[in-house]
Design a protein around this ligand. Structure first.
Ligand SMILES: O=C(O)C1=C[C@@H](OP(=O)(O)O)[C@@H](O)[C@H](O)C1
Ligand SMILES: C=C(OP(=O)(O)O)C(=O)O
Length: 667
């Protein structure tokens, strides 16, 4: 997950490859709760691992359920409809699929419970569900605003003979909650009547299908009346698999529809959902086809490619009732930026009461790209920028809404080739923590568009720490090029090659199996961070780096680190030789005294003996050697910014780098 303040996505050009989707949120949370309510043990495979399922699992544990989790497999020992814990304070985050069904189940099972969430959860309606549960005799108080969480539940006297009426026009989750909870108390037939036009109907289909898997056969008449048969009993299916998330699929379906294919790839292949999906959002496929996407499907996979010019590309605008795909429809709003004509998405009033007011949010953010947007109480009308030059870009505010973050990443394919900034990208953790990693794995940018920040400077200037921290702040990759020389020397020595043998060392350097993780370095999977950071290894590195053959061999290896979304590279010739076209070059210095002092402290803290004077002497000798060598001598690039950190803390140095970087960005 990108745990950064903002993520800058460079202009993207192509897409291709295979995406394996995380598990469906709607199925995961339903199955976890049903497993907890059933008799017996249920093993759930391919469960979604995200914020929304984490709050559900935490609540189930608090309620006394035994939960074993190993990766995306969860085993739950069901409570068999009996709560072991009758008093708890449960935090539901912003998960509607946890808040609403747990409220109903706990209200009916009886006990003293408080259910709360993040501030936005306390603005998301729950009054219709509370009204229905109060008809049943459940004890429920509002702890904040009337009609909204947080709630206090307490035991009441259940009245189950009259039909239960529930409104269906604000959220289908209220009906889902009742359908999942009422089997717990179905001593005789229980009737539910839906008042008002039921929205988001396919989610009720998911509920009914999963209830069936757990032994409950709900009878229904259209969308108005549902009956839970007397004597219904939850039975664990033993093992159950969760499909990939069809709403999450929408971003990659859209990607295949708008991106030119990468060489050798036939568009995007999605594994985990397909024609057999029980999720309503699979019908996003139909909408994407209407807009021009080519989509083939199997039972549980999809393949998407962009239409030929004039036959599906640019996309065609659509006018669509999206009530059946409320979540995935947000993706259509961004696809509309690439369509000819005006797209209208209708019957989406529920957008206003989700993670944020999604109609207002989408309108505001789409306008940042130059689109003309009209919003109504229950629709949004989008006309894209008139020409490539009319496109603009901006920092996309994400309102703690995972879908806003995910769908606007697709704006990086804009024809003006502008980068897109996603603020607070970690909000995707609600349903797809590794969304951006998955996106970058199947997208390509033109090489020059992938940003590189170079930090060059003499030994002990602190450039490694600075570069690693700057990379961390920006979510960029990090290349410690000095380590490559150290690694080459280290690997050559291990292979018995003399450091004076330039060709021999170059042969090793060309295929170094190296990986950086923070400030740690791995060679062939082994952590060699300490082994290559000794003074001796530094001297050896300086020696091998003087061989031009070694520098050439490492050049290609270093270029390979320029990957999406960007790179921070530190070394001695990053800005002058390796990445001469880098977007930002910094030459970091500090006085020899300061550098010697830092190195001295480092050595002493590691238990080594050293004298300040000898360190300073070595350091000056190394500077002289690095600056006077023929191949890529150490010097600032002509366009480098000079940063003397003799009197700066590391935090201040990072802030300075980020400030310069920000200054070069169009946001
Ligand atoms: O039942 C479900 O799993 C869901 C129902 C939908 O909500 P509404 O019924 O409130 O539209 C949907 O937006 C939400 O992401 C998940
Ligand atoms: C509306 C959504 O979430 P929730 O399950 O919290 O309602 C969503 O995921 O788009």
């Amino acid at each position: 997950m990108f745990d950064v303040e903002y993520l800058d996505i460079p202009p993207l050009a192509k897409a291709g490859g295979t995406v394996r989707l995380p598990g469906s949120k709607s199925i995961s949370n339903r199955v976890l709760l049903l497993a907890a309510l059933s008799h017996g043990k249920t093993t759930v495979h391919d469960v979604l691992v995200s914020d929304d399922t984490a709050v559900m699992l935490a609540a189930l544990k608090q309620l006394g359920c035994s939960v074993q989790k190993k990766g995306d497999t969860v085993s739950i020992e069901g409570l068999g409809g009996q709560l072991l814990t009758k008093k708890a304070s449960l935090f539901m985050g912003n998960a509607g699929t946890a808040m609403r069904p747990l409220t109903a189940a706990l209200a009916l099972l009886g006990g003293e419970f408080e259910l709360s969430g993040i501030p936005r959860m306390h603005e998301r309606p729950i009054g219709d569900l509370v009204d229905a549960l109060r008809q049943l005799g459940c004890g429920i108080d509002y702890l904040g605003n009337e009609g909204f969480p947080p709630l206090r539940l307490y035991p009441g006297t259940l009245k189950l003979d009259a039909p239960i009426r529930v409104r269906g026009d604000v959220s289908s989750q209220f009906l889902t909650a009742l359908l999942m909870a009422l089997p717990l108390v179905a001593v005789h037939d229980i009737r539910i009547e839906v008042i008002g036009e039921l929205i988001s109907r396919p989610y009720i289909e998911i509920t009914l299908k999963l209830l069936k898997r757990f032994g409950i056969d709900v009878q229904r008449e259209g969308w108005e009346r549902f009956t839970i048969p007397a004597g219904s009993q939850y039975r664990s299916p033993g093992e159950i698999h969760v499909e990939g998330d069809a709403s999450s699929a929408s971003y990659f379906i859209a990607l295949g529809a708008i991106a030119a294919p990468t060489k050798g790839q036939k568009g995007i292949k999605i594994l985990g959902v397909g024609a057999d999906s029980i999720q309503g959002d699979i019908r996003f496929v139909e909408a994407a086809r209407m807009m021009g996407a080519h989509i083939d499907s199997t039972a549980n996979s999809l393949r998407i490619s962009r239409g030929k010019p004039g036959e599906g590309w640019p996309l065609k605008a659509i006018d669509l009732d999206c009530n059946h795909i409320p979540d995935a429809a947000m993706t259509l709003a961004v696809m509309a930026l690439y369509a000819e004509g005006t797209t209208v998405l209708r019957n989406i009033a529920s957008w206003r009461v989700k993670e944020t007011d999604r109609i207002a949010a989408m309108a505001c953010e789409l306008r940042k790209f130059g689109a003309t947007v009209e919003e109504g109480a229950d629709y949004i009308r989008i006309t894209p920028p008139a020409s490539p030059s009319a496109w603009a870009t901006g920092a996309i505010h994400t309102y703690d809404d995972h879908r806003v973050a995910m769908c606007f990443s697709l704006a990086a394919f804009n024809p003006a080739q502008l980068p897109v900034r996603i603020l607070d990208p970690k909000c995707v953790a609600k349903t797809f923590p590794d969304y951006f990693e998955a996106l970058f794995a199947v997208t390509e940018a033109e090489n020059d568009h992938i940003p590189v920040i170079c930090i060059d400077g003499p030994t002990a200037s602190g450039k490694g720490t600075l570069a690693a921290l700057a990379a961390h702040r920006l979510g960029y990759h990090y290349l410690d090029s000095g380590a490559l020389y150290r690694l080459s020397a280290f690997a050559a020595a291990q292979a018995g090659i003399s450091l004076d043998d330039g060709d021999g060392v170059a042969g090793i350097a060309r295929t170094l199996p190296v990986r950086f993780k923070g400030e740690k370095v791995f060679l062939d999977g082994k952590d060699v961070s300490d082994a290559i950071r000794t003074e001796a290894a530094g001297m050896a590195a300086s020696k091998v780096s003087a061989h031009p053959q070694v520098r050439t061999a490492l050049l290609e290896l270093q270029h390979g680190f320029r990957c999406l979304p960007g790179l921070v590279a530190d070394g001695r010739d990053m800005g002058t030789v390796v990445f001469p076209g880098a977007q930002l070059k910094i030459y970091l210095t500090a006085s020899a005294e300061h550098r010697a002092e830092r190195r001295y402290k480092q050595l002493i803290s590691k238990g080594n003996s050293a004298t300040l004077a000898s360190i300073q002497q070595d350091l000056e000798a190394r500077d002289a050697r690095d600056m006077s060598r023929k191949a890529a001598p150490l010097k600032p690039a002509d366009d480098a910014k000079l940063l003397d950190n003799s009197y700066l803390s590391i935090e201040n140095s990072v802030d300075q780098v980020i400030e310069w970087w920000q200054g070069s960005r169009p946001f």
